[in-house]
Design a protein around this ligand. Structure first.
Ligand code: SF4
Length: 348
C-alpha cells in the first residue's frame, strides 16, 4: 500500500465495569489508503463503533486502550500522542481528555457521521449555526465566510439553502442525514468515519444518500470507514472490507476477495443471511445462537459455538491470522482449507 493514510496496529479497547472488563476490541489490525473506502461490517455489539471511536480517541471514560496499540494517522500515532499509562491499571493507557493536539485532528482531518443523525444535532440551535460553529472552531475565517461555505455544502448535499436557519425538528430524517454529511465535509477532512449513516432511513432515501456520499467522497478524494451491519451497503461502496466478530477482525481483503473468495465461516454465514437479488431464489439462513458475552469471551475461537466447521482445536486455541491470498486475511485455524470452499453456491 503506497499511500497509507491510516495504519491501525494491534488496537485493543477494553471497558472497565463493576464486575471486571468488557473486551470490546481486541488486537485489531488494518490499513486504509488515501481516498479509499473500507467497509467495517459485523453484527450489533461486535466492536465496530468502539473501533471507530478508538481511532478518534472519543471513548467513554471507562474505556482503556491496551499498551501496544497503535493508531497511526498520516505518520502520527494518536495512542502515543493523546493517552498516558494508567497508574492503577497495569498494561492499560487512558485517554487525556481535551488533548489540544488531538482536537486539531478531530473534525478538521477526521470527521464522523454519528450513528443516529436524528439525534446528533442540538435541538435548540439552528442546524446551519451548528455547522458554522464547527467551522469557526477550527478555522480563522469570518462568520460570513463560514456561512457561505455552509451554503455551498447545502447545495452539494442537496438541501435547499433557505433551510439553513431551520431547527433540527423542522428537517425530515433524510435532510438531517444530509446535513450531518455536510457537517462532516465542512472542513475538507482526509477521513470520514461514517457509523451506520443510513440505518434509520427508508431504503429509497438510503440508496440516494449512499450514492451521493460515494460521489462526494470520490470528488473530494476523502477516505472513508463505513461502519454497518448491512453487507449489501459495503458491497456497493467499499474498496476493502474488514469483517468484525466479537471484538476481532476475522476477515479482511478487497471487496471482491471477501465476497467472491470468502475465507472465514462467519462471513459465509453473514452472506447467507442476506438476500441476493441477482442469483437464484434461496431461503435465507439465520446464524444460529448469539455472539458471546464480551466480558467472558470463549477461550479458543470466539465464533466456535456458532461455527459449522468447528473442531476440537477451535474450542481450545485462539486461531492465527492467515494470509490466504495476497492482501486477503482470515482468522481461522482452517482458513487455508476453507478458502475457495465457502459460499461456493453463491459465488458461482
Ligand atoms: Fe470455525 Fe474453527 Fe475457523 Fe473458528 S477457527 S471460524 S470455529 S473453523
Amino acid at each position: 500500500m503506497a499511500n497509507v493514510l491510516l495504519d491501525v496496529k494491534n488496537l485493543s479497547v477494553h471497558y472497565k465495569i463493576l464486575s471486571g472488563w468488557v473486551y470490546a476490541v481486541d488486537g485489531v489490525n488494518f490499513k486504509l489508503e488515501k481516498g479509499h473506502t473500507m467497509g467495517l461490517v459485523g453484527e450489533s455489539g461486535c466492536g465496530k463503533t468502539t473501533t471507530g471511536y478508538g481511532i478518534t480517541q472519543l471513548l467513554a471514560s471507562n474505556a482503556f486502550i491496551k499498551e501496544g496499540s497503535k493508531v497511526i494517522f498520516d505518520g502520527r500515532d494518536f495512542v502515543e500522542m493523546s493517552t498516558v499509562p494508567d497508574k492503577k491499571l497495569k498494561g492499560y493507557r487512558r485517554i487525556i481528555e481535551y488533548h489540544p493536539e488531538m482536537r486539531k485532528y478531530r473534525w478538521s482531518r477526521i470527521s464522523m457521521i454519528f450513528q443516529g443523525a436524528m439525534n446528533a444535532f442540538n435541538p435548540v440551535y439552528k442546524v446551519g449555526d451548528q455547522i458554522i460553529e464547527a467551522i469557526l472552531t477550527h478555522e480563522d475565517i469570518t462568520e460570513e465566510e463560514a456561512r457561505k461555505r455552509v451554503e455551498e455544502l447545502y447545495k452539494l448535499v442537496g438541501i435547499p439553502v433557505d433551510r439553513i436557519d431551520n431547527y433540527p425538528h423542522e428537517y425530515s430524517g433524510g435532510m438531517k442525514q444530509r446535513a450531518m454529511i455536510a457537517m462532516a465535509l465542512a472542513l475538507k477532512p482526509d477521513l470520514i468515519i461514517a457509523d451506520e449513516p443510513t440505518t434509520a432511513l427508508d431504503v429509497v432515501t438510503q440508496d440516494r444518500i449512499l450514492g451521493e456520499m460515494a460521489n462526494l467522497q470520490k470528488k473530494e478524494k476523502v477516505a472513508m470507514i463505513l461502519i454497518t451491519h448491512d453487507v449489501s451497503v459495503v458491497a456497493e461502496m467499499a474498496d476493502e472490507i474488514a469483517v468484525m466478530y466479537a471484538g476481532h477482525l476475522v476477515e479482511t481483503g478487497t471487496t471482491r476477495q471477501v465476497f467472491k473468495e470468502t475465507a472465514h465461516p462467519y462471513m459465509e454465514a453473514l452472506l447467507s443471511a442476506f438476500p441476493n437479488i441477482k442469483g437464484e431464489k434461496k431461503r435465507l439462513k439465520a446464524i444460529p445462537g448469539s455472539p458471546p458475552d464480551l466480558s467472558n469471551p470463549p477461550k479458543g475461537c470466539r465464533f466456535a459455538p456458532r461455527c459449522p466447521y468447528a473442531k476440537d482445536i477451535c474450542l481450545e486455541e485462539e486461531p492465527p491470522v492467515v494470509e490466504v491470498a495476497p492482501g486477503h486475511f482470515a482468522k481461522c485455524h482452517f482458513a487455508e482449507e476453507l478458502y475457495g470452499e465457502l459460499g461456493g453456491e453463491r459465488n458461482e
